[in-house]
Design a protein around this ligand. Sequence first.
Ligand SMILES: Nc1ncnc2c1ncn2[C@@H]1O[C@H](COP(=O)(O)OP(=O)(O)OP(=O)(O)O)[C@@H](O)[C@H]1O
Ligand SMILES: [Mg+2]
Length: 255
Amino acid sequence: MTLTLDRVSHRYVGERGDVVHAVADTSVTIPDGQFVCVVGPSGCGKTTLLKVLAGFLRPTGGTASVDGEPITAPSPGRGVVFQHPNLYPWLSVRKNVELGLRFQGVPARERAARSVEQLERVGLAGFSDHRPYELSGGMQQRAQIARVLTSDPDVILMDEPFGALDALTREQLQDDLLAIAREGRKTIFFITHSVDEAIVLGDRVLVMSPRPGRVVLDLPVEISRHHGRWLGGEELRSSAEFRELREQVAGAIVR
Ligand SMILES: Nc1ncnc2c1ncn2[C@@H]1O[C@H](COP(=O)(O)OP(=O)(O)OP(=O)(O)O)[C@@H](O)[C@H]1O
Ligand SMILES: [Mg+2]
């Protein structure tokens, strides 16, 4: 599905009437199946844009749409993965993963089959009946991804999903996510603070300015596919092209 932001801006009005101009006049089209990474200084409106795309927040200016249809509410077709796993501690891992399907009214047997399939997909097959607190942070994050995948969304919106993980787990999940993106032809909007992560994962990197955020660099990443980005990206990371992209992206970020 194609995601479109058309002159989107957002101003938050606080309880005391104070106004925060978070996003200014942002227009971006993300074609079907593209993996877009978004970087920018803290507070520049990245999460605000993600919430607009998710349908959690109506922008105060402009429109966000999916395949030409304005986004007005959340949809299981647009899955959201947050930085910190938000699993219910009183439910088993599988029950957590099934939750979205339950809200959609999918019958129990189908729910179970689909959740088990996705738990296998993310390498948690043996942990269906465990409670979230029995899993490591990386495993909880996998469970969150499995939950999103059970709805088979066309769009996945991710807000620094690997930010809290150690480097090895992070690389593993990056590889897994690339495989998921490629197999399922998902459109992915991925926020990160890591320039390297953005280049390794993205078909395209957007750099936002400080608040009010707008896109100041829109960079296609064409090299990735030809390098070893499947193997933790070692070969990719040490290439001259990668270093040049890293310089361009880092140079565009105003802190
Ligand atoms: N509900 C809200 N009410 C008022 N102001 C808000 C609200 N949510 C966010 N803001 C403000 O809007 C600005 C953009 O916030 P946002 O969370 O989109 O930034 P961000 O780019 O995701 O930052 P970070 O990288 O730190 O996560 C910030 O100044 C923030 O304080
Ligand atoms: Mg944020």
